[in-house]
Design a protein around this ligand. Structure first.
Ligand code: PXL
Length: 290
């Protein structure tokens, strides 16, 4: 066994704004996990709320980069992909999974495509179509509510019932992944909450963790949530505990940030709460859904 768990993280590097690799690396490192990035692109900032950002597409160099890893027989405990800029990149990730997945490692795909009912500006219908294929190869997917709707070709509606969310989860798991986690699910009974709802098809169980809805949108919180989830599972936690740790961390990030008056597009003040990730889980609030 390796002394430190190792993740291949296939994401872009956005220099400013605390999204993608600039969130993933500090979170997983703090949790004692080695991050090996496969950079897909370099941007001056993420695309949420900034204009005229610089963008260098690294698709052409990814094959050679990955071939070197194949040649030196690298092995990973987890393959974790997120924001992908083109259909060719989706193809490269698919082949990466074919080469590096084993019966013991974890393939986590965060199908980053949009939020708030809309696709991000760099995404289109072709990307959605190809993402539907890519998730077939995942053990775990972590779409937000908007991305789940796009993957299932359903309309985004804020007054969804828990029963309908469960149907969405089962439908998504039938596309391939054993575990499906939908984040930012609107609460039909209270507009003060949002939930993370998960389904594990192997045990046929649903889990829910509710969190206080704070009306502030910070980019990069999806990357932070999935990173904590990955770190927690690699530390040996159960799925509901990993969900709980993810939600608690994002809540602490937002609470640490919300009282300061600065542009939301700069992301949550991760640096103020990273050390929380070293603390044991003292209380948990997950529910088993019947
Ligand atoms: O947090 C997801 C993400 C990752 N990478 C880039 C993004 C975003 C979301 O806006 O723009 C470049």
């Amino acid at each position: 066994m390796r002394p430190v768990k190792r993740v291949a993280a296939i994401h872009d590097l956005s220099g400013f704004g605390r999204a993608s690799l600039t969130a993933i690396i500090p979170i997983l490192s703090t949790m004692g996990v080695q991050v090996c990035p496969v950079p897909t692109a370099i941007l001056s900032t993420h695309t949420g709320g900034f204009e005229d950002y610089s963008f260098v597409d690294l698709t052409d160099s990814m094959e050679e980069y990955i071939n070197h890893w194949r040649k030196i027989n690298l092995e990973f405990d987890c393959i974790y992909s997120g924001f992908l800029g083109s259909n060719r990149q989706i193809d490269i990730v698919s082949r990466f999974i074919d080469s590096f997945s084993t019966k013991d490692n974890l393939v986590v795909i965060d199908p980053v495509m949009g939020d708030d009912g809309k696709l991000y500006t760099t995404m289109d219908d072709d990307i959605v179509k190809n993402m539907r294929n890519l998730i077939k190869k995942a053990d775990i997917i972590t779409p937000n509510f908007t991305e789940a709707a796009y993957l299932l070709n359903k309309s985004y509606k804020e007054n969804i019932t828990e029963k309908q969310v469960k149907e969405w989860l089962v439908e998504l798991s039938e596309m391939g992944p054993r575990t499906v986690i939908i984040t930012s699910v609107p609460d039909s009974e209270s507009n003060k909450n949002t939930s993370v709802i998960a389904y594990n098809s192997r045990d046929n169980v649903f889990w829910k963790v509710s969190c206080l809805y704070i009306p502030a949108y910070y980019p990069g919180t999806g990357d932070a949530f999935t990173s904590v989830l990955v770190g927690s599972l690699l530390q040996g936690d159960s799925l509901p505990i990993a969900l709980d740790r993810g939600v608690q961390f994002i809540t602490s990030c937002i609470k640490a940030s919300y009282g300061f008056n600065y542009p939301k597009r700069e992301g949550v003040l991760l640096e103020k709460v990273l050390e929380n990730l070293k603390m044991p889980v003292v209380f948990s609030s997950y529910e088993l859904l019947k």
